[in-house]
Ligand binder design. Structure first.
Ligand code: 5GP
Length: 126
C-alpha cells in the first residue's frame, strides 16, 4: 500500500511557516530545528522539506539530491552541536521512529539528533 502523506501534520505546518520553530539549519531540501520537548541537552530534529512519511518512504521515493542534502544536513547538525567524536565531541545518537511499533508521533520523516550527555542503552529489552 503506498504511503499517504497527511499535510496537516505539525511538521508540514512548520515547513509552511504556520507554526514557529527554533531553526538550527536550513538547506535547499531540509530543515533542522530544536525539539520542543528535548530529551537531552542537544536534541535537534532534521526533516526533509518534501512530503515523506518516514525513512523508508524517503529512501525509496526521494530524489538523489534530496537524499544527499538530508544526510549532509544531519552531518552538519552534528558538527554545529559539537558532538562529533572525530572532532573531539563526545558523540551522539541518530534515531528515526516509524509507524506504531517505532512509536512515531509526527507522520513526517524526522531524524532525532541527540547528544550532550551519556544517552544510555539504545532501547529497553522489553
Ligand atoms: P516522534 O515520536 O514522532 O519520533 O517524535 C516527534 C518529536 O516531535 C517529539 O520529540 C516532539 O517533542 C517533537 N515535537 C512535536 N511537536 C513539535 C513542535 O510543534 N515543535 C517542535 N520543535 N517539536 C515538536
Amino acid at each position: 500500500m503506498p504511503y499517504e502523506y497527511d499535510d496537516q501534520n505539525i511538521f508540514a505546518k512548520i515547513l509552511r511557516g504556520e507554526i514557529p520553530n527554533d531553526t538550527v539549519l536550513e538547506t535547499e531540501h531540509s530543515l533542522a530545528f530544536n525539539d520542543i520537548m528535548p530529551k537531552a541537552p542537544a536534541h535537534v530534529l532534521v526533516i526533509p522539506k518534501g512530503p515523506y512519511v518516514c525513512y523508508d518512504h524517503f529512501a525509496l521515493e526521494a530524489s538523489d539530491a534530496e537524499i544527499v542534502d538530508f544526510n549532509r544536513a544531519i552531518g552538519e547538525v552534528c558538527r554545529m552541536l559539537g558532538v562529533r567524536p572525530g572532532e573531539g565531541g563526545s558523540g551522539y545518537r541518530v534515531i528515526s521512529n516509524a509507524g506504531s511499533h517505532g512509536v512515531q508521533e509526527v507522520p513526517h520523516l524526522h531524524v532525532h539528533v541527540l547528544g550532550g550527555r551519556p544517552l544510555g542503552p539504545m532501547i529497553s529489552s522489553r
